[in-house]
Design a protein around this ligand. Structure first.
Ligand SMILES: C[S@@+](CC[C@H](N)C(=O)[O-])C[C@H]1O[C@@H](n2cnc3c(N)ncnc32)[C@H](O)[C@@H]1O
Length: 353
């Protein structure tokens, strides 16, 4: 029997592809607008993705069983301006829908930032779910955190799984316990970039938060201290995220896509020292293998890993997608039952199409 196939839309550097290939699926198509990502993807997978999705002729692409897509998230991200569909990039989602309409994959796995649930008081997310339903998918979604899937990173993302035949059940995903500590993922031999003690301030009595983060201090950089009580400087609104320091006895905060110089500083209690997390370590806490080839442009390499998907979460998702037999009888895995539902006509509004 032939293996299940997939298309990797908005592929970035291939976080989805790594995990789906490990599960034995075969990639038949990829698409990514950014040239630097495309180059990295080619070096790792031997395929050069198509470019801007708005210029792709979908009729030339083979049908696939699965579509994966971490659709562009800047318009939805807390770091962006949260304009959602009023931002042109938000409407790129509808090109993905046009792809689904033409190719009819049985299963879709989509990923986006947590704030997608809240922009425009949740109405954008409703539009997304309704649109996918109108394309014939039984849709379900859940916020998943990388730290629950074997990575020492507090990274929450919303995952949507749609299936034509049987609704996916997120409750069956197997979390990995206990949550690992960042120190278990650190490299030993490197020319580490340590800070000198006068470059940072440690707070008294740091505590592990529910998220698993242990905020221990901040870098002494352009912090407005006037009128601020001692030990609360880090709460100051001018105290920006890149200055924060976290202990390696906890997890690391989300690696963001906007940070192109890798200003992630970690505290090593055993050495009582602060150093920068290395680029290699950033890829490791996203679940990328050490042989994965990165962009030689350091800023691109940081942006690309921050934009990527936590691969262990996808690995568990695809394992469970296969386990739950949500594919049709013509595919390799039989569904338990075929859910038939009347499909309303699809009205997609795609600017310029
Ligand atoms: C959130 S990232 C997805 C990252 C990917 N999941 C990974 O593992 O690296 C979204 C990607 O969509 C790409 N993108 C944005 N607009 C696009 C378009 N019009 N056509 C194709 N790709 C686009 C961006 O360059 C970015 O790499």
């Amino acid at each position: 029997m032939s293996s299940l196939t997939f298309a990797d839309i908005f592929s970035g550097i291939g976080g989805f592809r790594l995990s789906l290939e490990q599960a034995g699926l075969k990639c038949l198509y990829s698409c990514e607008a950014n040239e630097s990502c495309r180059q990295v993807y080619f070096e790792n997978f031997g395929d050069y993705p198509d470019g801007d999705i708005s210029e792709v002729d979908f009729s030339q692409i083979s049908d696939v069983n699965v579509v994966t897509a971490g659709f562009p998230c800047q318009p939805f991200s807390i770091c962006g301006k949260r304009r959602g569909f009023s931002d042109e990039r938000g409407t790129i989602f509808f090109y993905l829908c046009e792809f689904l309409k033409q190719k009819q994959p049985e299963v879709i796995i989509l990923e986006n930032v947590k704030h997608l649930l809240h922009v425009a008081k949740g109405s954008n997310f409703k539009v997304i779910l309704n649109t996918l339903q109108s394309l014939g998918y039984l849709v379900t979604y859940k916020l998943l955190n990388a730290k629950d899937f074997g990575l020492p990173q507090n990274r929450e993302r919303v995952f949507i799984v749609g299936s034509k035949y049987k609704k996916f059940d997120f409750s069956k995903l197997q979390k990995i316990e206990p949550v690992p500590n960042l120190k278990d993922f650190l490299d030993n031999e490197e020319n580490f970039e340590y800070l000198s003690p006068d470059e940072y301030t440690l707070i008294e009595n740091p505590k592990k938060q529910d998220s698993g983060l242990i905020f221990v201090g901040y870098r002494n950089k352009s912090i407005w201290k006037t009128g601020i009580r001692p030990n609360t400087e880090h709460l100051s609104r001018v105290h920006r995220q890149p200055n924060r320091i976290y202990s390696v006895d906890g997890v690391h905060p989300t690696l963001p896509s906007q940070e192109s110089s890798g200003r992630f500083f970690i505290y090593l209690p055993e050495k009582d020292r602060v150093r920068k997390l290395t680029l290699k370590e950033c890829y490791k806490i996203m679940g990328f293998p050490k042989e994965f080839k990165k962009s030689s442009v350091i800023g691109d390499a940081y942006r690309q890993i921050g934009n990527s998907v936590a691969t262990t979460v996808v690995r568990e998702l695809i394992r469970e997608v296969i386990n739950q037999k949500i594919f049709s009888s013509s595919s390799r895995y039989q569904p338990d039952a075929v859910v038939k539902q009347p499909l309303p006509p699809v009205q997609l509004t795609i600017p310029g199409l």
